[in-house]
Design a protein around this ligand. Structure first.
Ligand code: BDP
Length: 699
């Protein structure tokens, strides 16, 4: 029980519910000999045999009997063709599927039908999920289709095997062994992704190495694409903007120079020759030291459109990242991407999608939604969320992120009046954008359990489920994952789901409560509110919290940077007015006196202390509740999670002590009685190393 099997465990179900499934499925009929149809067979036969605890085999000569599960498309299966599903299949599109209880030639069968083999594969995985999480039914009538066309994982993997912000080991792509040796694990990665409907993987870091576009590395990428293809996971790459100079010695990478454009066309031809279903490019340009069109005096639109022309000939796309902020003195990082990109609304080619992080700063435990959502009606936009827990305790902490993504997707931009949620902006309903997409920065690595923390698997799962259906509730997702991965014991499932649902708010509380942000130390793990030497001011915590004797928080109203003006009314006024700004966003938008009276009746200082304490208390409580699950979950995973919770509790206290002791030097207020008094001094906390150990003094 090392967690390798993720949510695809297929151990025999023991409850009464399983008995009903057992009597309704006896054989499978999965005609077709393509790699995808073979993958479906290879998944369903062992999975159903395992789950149902009896041998399920493909029926000889594809004969239907009572209890046959038929999978395919009207072209691969004559039984499916006979059902005349044309209209229903047209409705679910290329990647959707139908699952129905049917009578064919007098036989009671279950049918998984789709227009394409990939749709059938997604249907097969959905069916397995039903068996594991739902009561059996002889009356199935399901139709599903994904809401986003492109559902991608972004891997920040370097060619040397390391992963930027990766906390689960080394890269799954063994670049040094490829293409000669193919790690069988690649197939399991593709299965896991396809089981959720993820249909693309960007293989390399957004801080790209030009080498990834050399013939040698393209052959390696092609070998990965070959493994992924049957599972519908298309490969994408991050091209370094200056690659024409670095790889072939061109004098410039100016996107308007015809020689440069020709270089990219030729490079793209070379890629498509090796990877015919190559998805396209993801680009980080003129951001944090990466080269881009502005390096050559051109605009973001010039750069994006030049690359877009190169891939358009093959139906490829360009995802252009909006993570752009320059260290302009006096500027507000949260306002910069909007200011830089909004003037280009309507100027991007039809196969360009602007990839925008959920919040305007950077994947903090809580941020308001990025104001670009709902503000560039003539530009296709897609959200980028971070699955890897760069700012939420790496792989040492439980922070179930579905609740955060729900909050983000449900945010009302008011762009076209009430109800203009982020979901409706990005799924094309609000402005009718035709290319819809979503990206998640992966939390996978070559650790045996894939994600470092067993419970962090739930975030990979949750991302995939929301990418398929952005309306799913966090509870539904947590419930599915827990049943598939940990236990079917109802009471325990409920308890684990509760823990998951509470976990992200707990991290917010003990790390950055009340709208504070970016308080972490350099490795983005522990607290560092006092700041440290940085290359630019907007990388230091003090830039964000602005704690002083008169109060704390970043004034983004008219008396400050006025970044709040980037939001539509009535949200703008709600955020801008201290009396209506939600507590959770308070210090994001306002600089507030320490003695300010909060809604709770407490002063800001007391409330801040209490939030920190609440976060810490949760970790202690979670430990007890998890310990009580011993014996329900196998000892191996139970113990591993219990150990992580010990670390999480220690870290929470570290964050609380750091925040309270440091901010107290400004507030000059005592700690309220219901808050544990720190047992160490600020200097002692500051002297801890990057991971909170007292060994050697760092600063
Ligand atoms: C920040 C990370 C940095 C990434 C950057 C990005 O700290 O490693 O390169 O975002 O998204 O969150 O480009």
């Amino acid at each position: 029980e090392d967690g390798y099997r993720l949510w695809m465990r297929y151990d025999t179900l023991a409850d009464a519910n399983a008995q009903a499934w057992r009597s309704s499925i006896n054989t499978v009929v999965i005609p077709g000999d393509s790699p995808t149809m073979r993958a479906i067979l290879a998944e369903l036969v062992p999975a159903l045999s395992g789950l149902l605890g009896k041998s399920i085999a493909a029926s000889a000569n594809n004969t239907l009997a009572d209890g046959t599960l038929v999978v395919g498309t009207p072209s691969t299966s004559s039984a499916i063709a006979s059902l005349q599903l044309r209209d229903a299949l047209a409705k679910v599109g290329d990647e959707g599927f139908l699952i129905r209880s049917e009578k064919i030639d007098g036989r009671s069968v279950t049918v998984i039908a789709a227009s394409t083999e990939l749709g059938a594969l997604y249907g097969a995985f959905h069916f397995l999920r039903l068996v594991q999480t739902q009561p059996a039914s002889g009356n199935l009538n399901i139709s599903e289709k994904p809401r986003f066309l492109f559902r991608l994982l972004n891997h920040w993997d370097n060619l040397d095997g390391s992963i930027e912000r990766g906390y689960a080991g080394q890269s799954l792509w063994k670049w040094n062994e490829l293409p000669g040796t193919i790690d069988p694990r690649l197939t399991d990665y593709a299965r896991a992704s396809a089981s959720l409907g993820i249909n693309g993987a960007v293989l390399n870091n957004v801080n790209a190495d030009a080498k990834s576009l050399t013939p040698e590395y393209l052959r390696k990428a092609a070998a990965i694409a070959d493994v992924f293809r049957p599972y519908g996971v298309r490969v994408y790459l991050v091209p370094r903007f200056s690659a024409p100079i670095e790889i072939d010695g061109l004098e410039t990478a100016d996107p308007l120079d015809p020689k440069v454009a020709a270089w990219w066309k030729a490079k793209t031809d070379e890629i498509y020759k090796l990877i015919p279903d190559f998805g396209g490019y993801l680009v980080k340009a003129n951001s944090e030291g990466q080269p881009g069109p502005m390096t050559y005096g051109r605009t973001h639109a010039d750069g994006a459109n030049m690359l877009a022309a190169a891939v358009a000939r093959y139906g490829g796309i360009v995802m252009w990242r909006a993570f752009i902020y320059d260290p302009v003195p006096g500027s507000d990082r949260a306002a910069e991407a909007y200011n830089t990109l909004k003037p280009f609304d309507g100027k991007f080619a039809p196969n360009v999608i602007l990839q925008v992080k959920n919040g305007p700063v950077d994947f903090m435990p809580r941020e308001p939604f990025h104001p670009i959502f709902g503000s560039m009606p003539h530009t296709q936009v897609m959200p980028e969320v971070q699955i890897t827990q760069e700012y939420l305790g790496h792989s040492n902490s439980i922070a179930f992120l579905a609740t955060m993504w729900r909050e983000f997707l449900d945010s009302d931009t008011y762009a076209k009046g009430p109800g203009s949620t982020v979901t409706r902006v990005v799924d094309g309903r609000l402005y009718g954008q035709t290319l819809t997409a979503i990206a998640g920065v992966a939390n996978t690595g070559d650790d045996r359990n894939w994600t470092g923390h067993h419970l962090a698997q739930a975030n990979w799962f949750a991302y995939g489920r929301l990418a398929w259906n952005p309306d799913m509730s966090a509870r539904e997702i947590a419930d599915e994952w827990t049943e598939m991965t940990l236990t079917h014991d109802r009471k325990s499932v409920d308890e684990i789901v509760r823990l998951l649902l509470e976990s992200r708010e707990a991290v917010v509380n003990y790390e950055m409560p009340l709208g504070l942000a970016h308080l972490m130390d350099n490795p983005h793990y522990g607290p560092g509110p006092w700041g440290y030497p940085v290359a630019r001011p907007d990388w230091s915590p003090v830039y964000y919290h602005r704690a002083a004797n008169d109060g704390i928080g970043f004034d983004r109203t008219a008396t400050g940077t006025n970044a709040v003006a980037q939001y539509h009314e009535p949200l703008r006024s709600r955020y801008a007015d201290l009396s209506t700004c939600p507590d959770d966003m308070l210090l994001w938008f306002h600089h507030v006196p320490w003695t300010y009276k909060m809604r709770s009746g407490r002063t800001l200082w007391d409330e801040l202390c209490l939030r920190y304490q609440r976060g810490v208390d949760w970790t202690g409580d979670a430990r007890k509740r998890w310990d009580a699950l011993a014996g329900i979950i196998d000892a191996e995973r139970h113990t591993a999670v219990a150990r992580k919770l010990v670390i999480q509790q220690r870290d929470a206290k570290w964050w609380r002590d750091a925040g309270l002791l440091y901010f107290q030097t400004f507030s000059k207020q005592p700690f309220p009685a219901d808050v544990d008094q720190p047992t160490r001094t600020l200097d002692e906390v500051k002297a801890l190393d990057d991971y909170g150990h007292p060994q050697k003094a760092k600063k």
